[in-house]
Design a protein around this ligand. Structure first.
Ligand code: KG4
Ligand code: ZN
Length: 348
């Protein structure tokens, strides 16, 4: 057996995830209870509701993961949990359950940063035990982390060593998808719905690309306003809103912004590989465009399968293995930190 077997819990937002991961790579179990259907009714996440649902689902999800892994507590080497960033009420559920499990079963406890989890999803594999593992991403690794709460371009020098190259100055990419989805009367969450509407559609217009002060920063709020104005124009004229064509134009603008900054950063920093993470990494157009543009520079793109891009416990188990190897140990004083950031190295 290679490396520790970690039971990992993710409860930072509206997904309840529990996984068992060996050696930071091999998934033995990965159970996710999603609240998407519930939040669709309100068109977005209500934090109080999300927290209550975390409480409702954490134990059944934990039991399902342990059953799937066919693991006994004797076989588990550590318990890991997301302690931020995220919604405080949701985070607290996972953190408290993880503490209780670690204390009860006498296991080391590892606190994991949610963003680090999204990055480490690129190390995961579902290759069965005994089969060779796919190669690991190479350093220096450029990571574009794009989720509902975050949009960051991160230069990863080695395990646990990060430089923040750029980030959104307003909305996160996923947030922009969700808000524009609402403008277009598409179901929640907007990301997958827009992606589906845009597929095969011709963009109705070319939305302006935002200019930002930082070379690798993003901005999506102007684009959101441009979409609103476009929709309003059709309504004012009494014309039907061409949802698919607007979705395509919006998606094209977001993908273009994300891809051009990422390719620029990859060039400027001479990285060995490029990886995607976070819910928006599930976007087909983003994956295809980035893959094409990087290939022109002789770089290949790593992207986890869509199920590992959105929130899950396995990615937390992958990141935890390196935290554990580095000697990071939490204890019963571990607190949930809603605005937790990665431990950035100073400068470049
Ligand atoms: O990483 P994640 O599951 O949760 C956060 O940590 O925020 O990301 C959720 C976000 C949502 O905003 C959702 O609309 C977006 O990821 N998303 C997508 C797609 N699938 C999920 N955005 C664009 N295209 C998709 N296919
Ligand atoms: Zn996430």
């Amino acid at each position: 057996m290679s490396g520790p077997r970690i039971l990992a819990i993710e409860s930072s937002c509206d997904e309840t995830g529990v996984a068992v991961v060996v050696g930071g790579r091999r998934i033995e179990a990965n159970q996710v209870a999603s609240q998407v259907a519930l939040h669709a009714a309100t068109g977005g996440i209500v934090p109080e509701v999300a927290a209550r649902q975390q409480l409702r689902w954490i134990i059944p999800t934990l039991e399902a993961a342990i059953e799937q892994a066919e693991a006994a507590w004797d076989d588990i080497d550590a318990v890991a949990v997301t302690y931020g960033p995220g919604l405080i009420g949701s985070l607290l559920v996972g953190v408290n359950v993880a503490k209780a499990l670690a204390v009860t079963h006498g296991k080391p406890l590892v606190g994991v940063n949610h963003i680090e989890g999204h990055i480490y999803a690129n190390w995961l594999t579902d290759a069965p035990a005994g089969e060779p593992l796919p190669p690991e991403p190479e350093f220096p690794l450029l990571c574009l982390v794009v989720s509902g709460g975050h949009s960051q371009l991160v230069l990863m020098h080695d395990h646990g060593r990060y430089t923040l190259l750029g980030q959104t100055v307003d909305d996160a990419a996923g947030e922009a998808f969700d808000k524009v989805g609402r403008l277009l009367d598409l179901p929640y969450p907007g990301g997958p719905a827009i992606s589906q509407a845009a597929q095969g559609a011709t963009p109705v217009t070319r939305f302006p690309r935002a200019r930002t002060d930082g070379a690798y920063d993003f901005s999506f709020s102007g684009l959101k306003t441009a979409v609103l104005r476009e929709v309003q124009g059709y309504r004012d004229r009494g014309e039907p809103v061409p949802v698919d064509g607007i979705a395509a134009a919006f998606e094209e603008a977001v993908v273009d912004a994300l891809a051009s900054k990422t390719v620029g950063a990859a060039r400027d920093h001479g990285v060995a590989s490029v990886a995607l993470g976070g819910g928006v990494a599930a976007n087909r157009a983003l994956r295809a465009t980035l893959d094409d543009r990087l290939a022109a520079d002789g770089l290949s793109l790593r992207v986890p399968p869509p199920a590992w891009c959105t929130d899950n416990g396995a990615m937390i188990g992958a990141a935890a293995a390196h935290r554990l190897a580095a000697g990071d140990r939490a204890d019963a004083t571990l607190e949930a930190i809603p605005n937790l950031s990665l431990p950035w190295l100073d400068g470049l």
